[in-house]
Design a protein around this ligand. Structure first.
Ligand code: SAM
Ligand code: SF4
Length: 325
């Protein structure tokens, strides 16, 4: 399956829920968020039908996200069922790690291959401030458990926000000296309702790299071509690697082959634009399998190209917790 710009689409991110057990400042506003009532969210059977359609259209890789995917009821069974859909070769999850200590073993047994764990700082107080009350030791215990049960390679995602954690990139990068992890630094994206987090100024990947090099020495580039938007480097003699994801300063739209399915059954055509295709309504109106497949493929085909962050045109309809990153 390709879109109108010829980009191959074999990667699907599925948001399992719009709820979360944390409340990160860049992901959701303090209040006023419009959570969908449960009856407006895709049920397990509906979700599996859409995954089957996606796989028939060429999707091979699925990443589960949210909200926090681990708070979805019966998530382990759902992981097993998605992994069993013919054509799905790689099933991973992006999680805040809070529940991984308890769920990692069952998720691995059900067929999950890898996790990306979000961790913006190792400092308990700063972690509490960024996540509005989360406890970093829970995440660290979750990471340890995930490694122990073989959810590898371990990737850590840190969103860098000025005034919150821009100095903490050094201690996060230092982790790779001893551990075979990929620690990835992500530029914060301004969504309408949380655009204020970007107002103090985006911390570009360039700035983060300079800060890490000043403290820990030169970064050696590693050439890992492929679909991953991260540019990868290594500190001298390090066990792990560092990735830099720069959606704001160096957009990677030409290489983006990602489709996103929201928890309320919309195909989101670009993370940073509000264009969506409603799949839930036709599904519930009784559209046939072939009709749904046609709606899915036609929507995917018209994916837009490029965002308009430079002109301060931010996505307004949803924030990340409602999309799935
Ligand atoms: N709850 C899970 C987690 O935190 O990993 C999965 C969902 S979360 C929306 C997915 C990723 O999006 C996380 O790594 C998070 O840090 C990132 N994210 C959320 N809001 C963002 C923003 N405004 N800019 C950049 N990344 C963001
Ligand atoms: Fe929750 Fe993840 Fe958003 Fe933080 S980034 S509020 S953990 S969904």
């Amino acid at each position: 399956m390709r879109d109108q710009y010829g980009r191959e689409l074999n990667d699907l991110r599925i948001s399992l829920t719009d709820r979360c057990n944390l409340r990160c400042v860049y992901c959701m506003p303090e209040e006023g968020i419009d959570f969908r009532p449960p009856e407006e969210l895709l049920r397990d059977g509906e979700l599996l039908l859409l995954v089957r359609i996606a796989a028939e259209l060429g999707v091979m890789r699925v990443r589960l996200t949210g909200g926090e995917p681990t708070v979805r009821p019966a998530v382990v069974d759902l992981v097993g069922a998605i992994g069993a859909v013919p054509g799905i070769r790689d099933l991973s999850m992006t999680t805040n790690g809070i529940l991984l200590e308890y769920l990692a073993a069952d998720l691995a047994r059900a067929g999950l291959r890898r996790v990306n764990v979000s961790l913006d700082t190792l400092d308990p107080q700063k972690f509490g401030r960024i996540t509005r009350g989360g406890r970093v030791e829970r995440v660290l215990a979750g990471i340890a458990r995930a490694e122990a049960v073989g959810l590898l390679p371990m990737k850590i995602n840190a969103v860098v926000v000025r005034g919150f954690n821009e100095e903490d990139v050094v201690s996060l990068a230092r982790l790779t000296l001893e551990r075979p992890w990929e620690v990835r630094f992500i530029e914060v994206m301004p969504f309408g309702a949380v655009a204020d987090v970007a107002d103090a100024g985006i911390v570009t990947s360039e700035e983060t790299m300079a800060r890490i090099e000043a403290a820990l020495g030169p970064l050696e580039a590693i050439d890992l071509s492929g679909g991953d938007p991260a540019r990868t480097y290594r500190l001298r003699a390090a066990a792990g690697t560092l990735g830099f994801i720069s959606p704001v300063s160096q957009p990677f739209c030409s290489k983006c082959g990602r489709l996103r399915l929201t928890a309320d059954g919309r195909l989101r055509l670009c993370l940073l634009r509000d264009d969506e295709v409603d799949l839930l309504t036709p599904l519930r109106r009784g559209a046939s399998y072939d009709e749904l497949k046609e709606i899915f493929a036609a929507g995917a085909y018209r994916r837009p190209f490029g965002h308009a962050l430079a002109e301060r045109l931010f996505p307004e309809k949803r924030v990340m917790i409602q999309i799935g990153g």
